[in-house]
Design a protein. Structure first.
Lengths: 323, 315
């Protein structure tokens, strides 16, 4: 049984009396212990769909259809209080902005310990010992002294380590990492991702890694879902997707980031245009205005998702080589 | 930290010096003088001369200032020009507990109303509760405190006869008696301030509730209560503290007016009587004392910042 089973999930924004879908009918599964990636640009719906899993959607956002099954239980049917109990204990989250995700006026220790106390029911003294262990595990040296310090004493990378320690506080089954390294230096990025991968391996934790950087995915995730305009457009094995993308958007994502296995004189190819505006009506495939391979069918009919792909004009070996 | 406090205290001393100079000369600029008040139109020119000499008012103003000011530096605020010539320090010490009691209780009333009201308004934004708080804040800000004082006397003292209308009982004669006499004036003064503070807390809280760290707190599965009290409130209080600090000093000036309505013989009464009688030493002493509260509460506010916000460390 998958640990997380998201089925036909649609999340809409309700504003000024209108309903705008931001996540459109997506389905994906995360097996116990695996690292699953959700990849896409800003506004592709990847963050919104994961906040829906946490039950932390803003008031103006609502799940309008679908199911989110965690450990066989549909989270959408849970009461607020039951969902709160689950948060932090079974599912936790690492956010994008380590600089602003920690409370500036409370010590690092108290912010880690409160999650331990709340979710594991440990005493303050026991929680303190566990917090020290956690800080050591995420690679914060001199943990006992650092516990008393405040967020402004920590660098960005160190703060993200603290966020990981908080996410790990109750040893949850699932960690959702929403662009955990986007705000960090490239060198720190690798350290943090290595750390998260190691933690998942050691604890058997399932992780959903949300990122816009397809090139980091291949190294850490086993399977990838590529999202565009609120839909999953391609999904599959990370390595296959990396070497032989079938959706033009996946190819575009790969071509727009520098790769070490590529001649450095070859200029990067950006995806033309800007991300699909959820408020603008787009007929057919939402990617077609930016797609170099778009056909008339793409402009009129929404492609169905099947066999890991939602595309009327998928790339074949020939077209790929021609590009 | 110690160096910071020392520096601030030196600055405070300079402010107090300026206040001393200003009040000394300004009260002498007010038309009329104590002689006219004491003798009215009676008294011979000789008696008038004798009185002026006795009070030292025949000397050049600058000499009078020097005499008073050196006295102040030695802790001697002078003596009242009237009656049994009580020392000013004695008069002030008699009045101070009443005014402080009133100010503290008003402050307490203001905070007890404002903190929950501000939090409820922010967490229930654009609901009936929020509108209710806004309406209360609007009324609270619009009603002058002396008017509210009179209204409270009419309702609770005159009509319902629940509470005494005037006077003061020291807390040493019983908490309940003390409270009975002070609660109406405290509500009269505190309501306006609670309105200011509640509005500040609401807007500050709304901003904080949007912060990333609130989302982090929610992701830990904390209860709404813990999130609000432990994470949102301390951050929301940082800008509010400034207003509260200034408000506390203003409470004392609010007390001046309201004390008169309730016939409480506090600093306000002392000050107003002093001004009416041109009792120079009393006015000078009272103004100095009230200014020192302003200076002190500002210093306390700055130090409180460092307590609430660890990013601020004075060095």
């Amino acid at each position: 049984m998958p640990l997380l089973d998201v089925e036909n999930l649609t999340v809409s924004l309700f504003q000024d009396g209108t309903e705008t879908p931001l996540v459109r009918n997506i389905s994906y599964r995360a097996e116990p212990g695996e690292i699953l990636a959700l990849v896409g640009e800003s506004g592709s719906g990847k963050s919104v769909s994961s906040l829906a899993v946490m039950g932390l959607l803003a008031k103006s956002l609502r799940v309008t259809s679908g199911a989110i099954r965690f450990d066989g239980q549909d989270l959408l049917t849970l009461k607020d209080e039951e969902m709160r109990t689950l948060r932090g204990r079974d599912i936790s989250m690492v956010f994008q902005e380590p600089m602003t995700s920690l409370n500036p006026v409370r010590s690092i220790g108290s912010q880690i310990m409160e999650s331990i106390e709340e979710n594991l029911g440990l005493s303050r003294a026991q929680a303190r010992l566990r917090a020290i262990d956690l800080l050591k595990e995420v690679g914060v040296a001199d943990a006992e002294r650092r516990l008393k310090q405040y967020p402004h004493h920590f660098s960005g990378g160190m703060r993200q380590r603290v966020m990981i320690a908080i996410a790990l506080a109750a040893d949850p089954k699932l960690i959702i990492a929403d662009e955990p390294t986007t705000a960090l230096d490239v060198t720190i990025q690798a350290q943090i991702l290595d750390l998260m991968a190691r933690i998942c391996r050691d604890h058997g934790t399932t992780m959903i890694l949300i990122t816009h950087n397809l090139s980091i995915v291949a190294r850490y995730a086993r399977r990838v879902n590529v999202m565009y305009g609120g839909r999953i457009v391609e999904s599959g094995d990370a390595r296959t997707l990396y070497t032989t993308p079938r959706h033009p958007y996946t190819e575009g994502l790969l071509q727009s980031v520098p790769r070490l296995d590529q001649d450095r004189n070859v200029p990067l190819k950006p995806i033309q245009g800007s991300p699909a505006d959820p408020f603008a009506p787009i007929e057919g495939c939402r990617f077609h205005p930016r797609c170099p391979y778009a056909t008339d069918l793409c402009r009129s009919d929404v492609p169905e998702f099947g066999d890991g792909l939602a595309c009327h004009a998928p790339l074949s070996i020939e077209t790929r080589e021609a590009v | 930290m110690l160096a910071y406090i020392t520096r601030r205290l030196v600055g405070a001393a300079l402010v107090m010096l300026a206040v001393a100079i200003l009040v000394f000369f300004m009260i002498r600029l007010v038309p009329g003088d104590p002689i006219a008040v004491m003798l009215a139109d009676s008294g011979s020119p000789e008696a008038r001369e004798a009185l002026i000499r006795r009070l030292g008012l025949d000397q050049p103003v600058i000499m009078q200032f020097w005499k008073w000011f050196t006295g102040v530096l030695h802790g001697d605020l002078g003596a009242s020009l009237y009656g049994s010539n009580q020392p000013v320090a004695h008069i002030l010490m008699n009045a101070l507990p009443k005014t402080m009691s009133l100010a503290m209780l008003s402050f307490f009333v203001a905070v007890v109303i404002a903190v929950p009201a501000g939090i409820i308004a922010a967490t229930h934004k654009n609901t009936a509760a929020d509108a209710g708080v806004s309406l209360f804040a609007f009324l609270g800000l619009s009603m002058p405190d002396f008017w509210l004082a009179i209204l409270l006397i009419i309702i609770f003292a005159a009509n319902l006869q629940w509470l005494p209308a005037i006077g003061y009982t020291p807390i040493s004669e019983g908490f309940w008696e003390w409270l009975q006499h002070l609660i109406l004036p405290a509500i009269a003064i505190g309501t306006g301030f609670s309105a200011i503070i509640a509005r500040m807390i609401r807007s500050s809280m709304l901003e904080v509730l949007q912060a990333d760290y609130m989302r982090t707190a929610a992701s830990k599965g904390l209860t709404q209560r813990v999130m609000l009290l432990r994470h949102a409130l301390p951050n929301a209080m940082i800008p509010v503290i400034t207003v509260v600090g200034i408000a506390f000093a203003l409470l004392i000036s609010g007390a001046v007016v309201v004390e008169n309505v309730f016939s409480i013989k506090g600093l306000g009464r002392v000050l107003i009587q002093g001004i009416q009688n041109r009792d120079y030493p009393v006015v000078q002493g009272a103004v100095l004392l009230v200014s020192s509260f302003f200076v002190l509460s500002n210093l306390i506010v700055d130090l409180l910042y460092a307590v609430i916000d660890p990013r601020i460390r004075y060095s």
